[in-house]
Ligand binder design. Structure first.
Ligand SMILES: *[C@@H]1O[C@H](CO)[C@@H](O)[C@H](O)[C@H]1NC(C)=O
Ligand SMILES: *[C@@H]1O[C@H](CO)[C@@H](O)[C@H](O)[C@H]1NC(C)=O
Ligand SMILES: *[C@@H]1O[C@H](CO)[C@@H](O)[C@H](O)[C@H]1NC(C)=O
Ligand SMILES: *[C@@H]1O[C@H](CO)[C@@H](O)[C@H](O)[C@H]1NC(C)=O
Ligand SMILES: *[C@@H]1O[C@H](CO)[C@@H](O)[C@H](O)[C@H]1NC(C)=O
Ligand SMILES: CC(=O)N[C@H]1CO[C@H](CO)[C@@H](O)[C@@H]1O
Length: 874
């Protein structure tokens, strides 16, 4: 179902292009006996530059096996040859490609209106079946900062990812890249025009293009590489022989394993602080291998090679250019940014309601209550348990009366064993033919929570309409406000189906990426969560006529258009608290800024101290949800409860700032939770930081990630920083500072030159977002600062696109004059007022302060000026 695929197809004319000949090597003969010169050719390759010729796992690669592939076999220097069960040591392959391994040659090249088009030919077959000996390559100079390359099989149409990507109208005029091609073997080299830095060099290893094995490698500009999800790792990837598999999979987050989503995108730093990005638009199971050269190998088992290079030049611009291609994230409905509470194990609607009341009772901010599958009748979608959840509709009405909202879980799998006529979703789905079929054309039956199930095929529009009808009917019974779509890798408790797996080339590809699970839906598997999210968001829009709220477990590029993401079934452990930061930062790179981990952890019972620290950090996840065992603030001691409440109130007070950041994500593809290196790309010390992060460009969050401490170390890039709470300043030379961090405190610092809009917090965002603004200005040395505010009704669709919004820029100039400039205004702005401001970093006491020519009283202490007044902002 290849809908909406648009890519460059342009006419071409024949021209002479001077080709750079990098190697003048002869193609190796297939099955040639290794000669002594071959051995020498092997010896010249240093260990970091060995590209694995025998990546199959579970095979002991002997010299014979390796040489049968015409590859070099050299045990690593440190390895004892008496360990025959090994074929790699610390990841270093013993079997690797010689420089003259057969690859493609570029035999013709024509200029096109967008770039060039060439033919690549390979002389003979290699060791994987289905070699495609002639392929076509098209290079399009789409924008000055975006290069697009496609390598396809001209003789037959291969699977392509059905997401809509923009086609460029005309060739870029002043590209920031230079493209060089080598003829034999074929290679593509991309440089940054301004510095000459090599961003891509595919001549480092042979290109493979077979039916079920496509591979190419490139050198990397530096070992500083980010992205490539979904994995549990550090933010900065380790390039010391690190294989990252991509194939959507339901598995608790652990290292060295492919997780729920697939994101074949990376960002790399170059010398001097510039950055570029790379995106392989491919949904098949794949391995990405990082090695210390530094170099990277893409190894996928289907589709085509279709990729983009983004030239930045700073990390933030790389992400903007990436989301230009995959789609910018949707603007969330306002309450998406409130506190969400959930649990697997609320065994009744009444017990869920008790918790809701208890939070109200203690004055703890709470916008949205959720239920896990407990609410369902025997875990069947679109039903609720008539006994234990009989009061569910009343609970939801009560939430609405308190300006709170309600979210239900839905799993894609539909129970297939109910008596005919008793379960509309399955009966109707069968009638409309919405379920995925097995090899015999019958609905494929697997097993999930409700027992035997069929799986809706969301790649079909008919399924979207059936999904909508189910949601509409259920919404009439339980007026939910948003959807949590889980188990959509899709997860299945049996391999294949109840009838096992068929035997064919799709089930048994010649190469299997590490850890992947087989499936007949070879190409579409990793797109399931994306397609379900699309169906869910569009159904919600039709039912509620508001911005849809959807949180999905599985994800794929362009997911941000339809949903946010939570980081899955983490554990209640300190380590998981720490790794959650990498999770949120990485998903911000993927264009899915609405992301958070389960606060206090999903599995296991959290210690009180951990839960307090996690709530403090979680208050700064773009998406803040506490999920599982009774671990909401009311389940703990008064001291812990109060600390958690304060953290959540702090988040609510920052709503105007956070909401504005989401607007910039929606409009420009900016990150919301932002790595320090994005703001300080010239400072190498920020490259590995994943224990601290920023909101936007200016709010630095330094959480405690360890037990039993009352201080925390944090890195402060050079400049002036102000304690958010006290206004005290610290001037950093680019150093690690020790900060007090008693249990009731999370450290927040404001970067010089920023203005942060805040509001008095309250129990729901509906209430607090009606409060006047308080502006906090952190002045830079020259006394200047700036900030902005995006404001609308918080829930209508497309307010920016239809001009139903207000946008205000605040600035403080050198002479300490603050001005606000309304760049765009709508009805909503008439409710906005400012009632106070603080200025941090005022060196001496001003003689007087004027607000619109009227003198107002103020206080001055420790370089700070504070004043209260009331002013409409427009
Ligand atoms: C380039 O043009 C020549 C001459 O028109 C044609 O034979 C060849 O197939 C073209 N190559 C590609 C890759 O389109
Ligand atoms: C590309 O890689 C090849 C093989 O490692 C190397 O010989 C060549 O110098 C590289 N080219 C550039 C421009 O770095
Ligand atoms: C629900 O859970 C509570 C507390 O865990 C327990 O006391 C109660 O018996 C349970 N109710 C049902 C219907 O299982
Ligand atoms: C918020 O609650 C008040 C009082 O119940 C109600 O009048 C108002 O309509 C509610 N607003 C929303 C958006 O739910
Ligand atoms: C919420 O607002 C009400 C009315 O302005 C106020 O009385 C209450 O203290 C506020 N709640 C919190 C938690 O600040
Ligand atoms: C808190 C935590 O450990 N988060 C991890 C949970 O799993 C996701 C992957 O789904 C990781 O990205 C997070 O870092």
């Amino acid at each position: 179902n290849l809908v909406n695929v648009s890519y460059c197809r342009n006419g071409f004319k024949n021209v002479n292009i001077v080709m750079l000949l990098m190697h003048n090597l002869l193609r190796a003969e297939v099955n040639r006996i290794p000669s002594s010169s071959h051995k020498e050719a092997c010896n010249v390759i240093s260990e970091p530059w060995r590209f694995d010729c025998y990546p199959e796992r579970g095979v002991v690669v002997t010299q014979e096996l390796c040489e049968a592939r015409n590859c070099c076999f050299i045990p690593t220097s440190s390895a004892s040859t008496s360990a025959p069960s090994q074929s790699r040591k610390n990841g270093i392959p013993w079997c690797f490609y010689p420089l003259d391994f057969p690859s493609y040659s570029l035999v013709s090249l024509n200029e096109t209106s967008m770039g060039v088009k060439g033919t690549l030919v390979k002389g003979g077959t290699t060791y994987y079946p289905g070699d495609i000996l002639t392929v076509e390559m098209e290079i399009c100079h789409e924008t000055d900062t975006r290069l697009h390359v496609r390598i396809t099989d001209p003789s037959s149409s291969r699977y392509e990812v059905p997401i809509s990507v923009p086609a460029a109208a005309k060739k870029a005029e002043n590209p920031e890249y230079l493209v060089e091609l080598t003829k034999q073997p074929f290679g593509l080299i991309v440089r940054r025009r301004s510095t000459g830095a090599v961003l891509l060099n595919t001549t480092v290893a042979p290109l493979f293009y077979t039916d079920q094995f496509l591979q190419f490698s490139t050198s990397l500009a530096s070992p500083y590489i980010y992205g490539l999800g979904e994995h549990r790792s550090t933010f900065l990837h380790d390039v010391r022989w690190n294989t990252l598999t991509m194939w959507a999979r339901d598995v608790p987050p652990m290292e060295q394993t492919n997780l729920y989503g697939v994101h074949p995108f990376y960002l790399t730093m170059e010398a001097g602080g510039t950055a570029h990005g790379f995106f392989l638009l491919n949904s098949n199971a794949m391995d990405v291998v990082l090695q210390p050269a530094p170099a990277l190998t893409w190894r996928t088992i289907g589709g085509i090679l279709d990729f983009y290079v983004f030239l930045g030049p700073d990390p933030g611009s790389v992400v903007e250019q990436y989301v230009d291609v995959i789609g910018r994230p949707a603007m969330p409905i306002y309450w998406a940014l409130g506190y969400h509470l959930c649990r697997w194990g609320y065994n009744s609607s009444d017990s869920t309601w008790e918790v809701v009341k208890s939070l109200r009772n203690y004055g703890i901010p709470h916008d949205t209550q959720w239920n896990d599958i407990d609410y369902m009748d025997q875990f069947k979608d679109f039903t609720f348990d008539p006994t234990n959840f009989d009061s569910l509709p009343d609970l939801v009405r009560d939430l609405h009366a308190h300006n709170q909202t309600y979210v239900i879980m839905l799993d894609p799998a539909i129970s297939s064993t109910q008596p005919k006529g008793s379960y509309w979703p399955f009966d109707e789905g069968l009638k409309r033919g919405v379920f995925m079929k097995d090899a015999e054309g019958k609905p494929l039956i697997g097993k999930v929570w409700p027992g035997q199930t069929a799986f809706p095929d969301f790649s079909d529009e008919v399924t979207h309409e059936w999904w909508f009808d189910n949601l509409r009917k259920f919404h009439e019974k339980v007026p939910f406000d948003g959807l949590w779509i889980d188990m959509n890798e899709p997860s299945n408790f049996v391999d294949g189906s109840m009838n096992g797996c068929p035997t064919n080339s799709l089930e048994n590809p010649p190469y299997t990426p590490v850890q992947q699970k087989q499936s007949t839906h070879y190409n579409l598997h990793s797109l399931y969560g994306l397609m379900e999210a699309k169906a869910s968001a569009s159904a919600l829009k039709r039912i509620l006529s508001k911005r849809p709220f959807v949180i999905s477990r599985s994800s794929f590029p362009s997911q941000g258009l339809y949903s946010g993401h939570w980081l899955g079934d983490n554990r209640s452990q300190w380590k998981d608290l720490y790794t959650s930061i990498t999770g949120i930062l990485t998903f911000n790179l993927f264009g899915i800024p609405l992301v958070g981990a389960d606060i206090c952890g999903f599995s296991e019972e959290p210690q009180e101290e951990l839960c307090v620290r996690w709530t403090q950090l979680g208050a700064f996840y773009p998406f803040t949800r506490n999920h599982n065992t009774p671990q909401d603030p009311t389940a703990f001691s008064p001291l812990a409860r109060e600390a958690m409440k304060q953290a959540l109130l702090l988040r609510y007070s920052l709503f105007p700032f956070l909401y504005t950041l989401f607007h910039h994500a929606h409009l420009h593809g900016h990150t919301v939770a932002r790595p320090l290196m994005f703001e300080f790309p010239g400072d190498v010390k920020t490259y590995g930081i994943d224990k601290q992060f920023l909101w936007g460009r200016s709010l630095l969050v330094t959480p405690v990630l360890e037990p039993g401490v009352d201080f925390v170390g944090g890195y402060f890039p050079p400049g002036l920083w102000f304690d958010y709470f006290t206004g005290d300043s610290v001037r950093s030379k680019g150093e690690e500072l020790r900060l007090d961090a008693p249990l009731d405190k999370i450290n927040l610092h404001l970067r010089e030159g920023s203005i942060t809009p805040t509001q008095a917090p309250n129990l729901t965002l509906w209430i607090s977002s009606g409060q006047p603004l308080h502006l906090v200005s952190a002045l830079s040395d020259d006394g200047s600062a700036s900030g902005d505010l995006f404001w609308d009704d918080g829930e209508s669709l497309d307010t920016y696109e239809t001009n139903q919004y207000t946008y205000i820029v605040f600035s403080v100039s050198q002479v300490l004059t603050m001005t606000s400039q309304v760049l765009h205004s709508s009805q909503e702005a008439s409710f906005l007022s400012v009632d106070s401001t603080s200025f941090y970093g005022v060196p001496e006491k001003p003689s007087r302060v004027l607000v619109n020519t009227r003198e107002v009283p103020f206080t001055y202490r420790d370089n700070q000026v504070k004043m209260r007044f009331m002013l409409q902002v427009h």
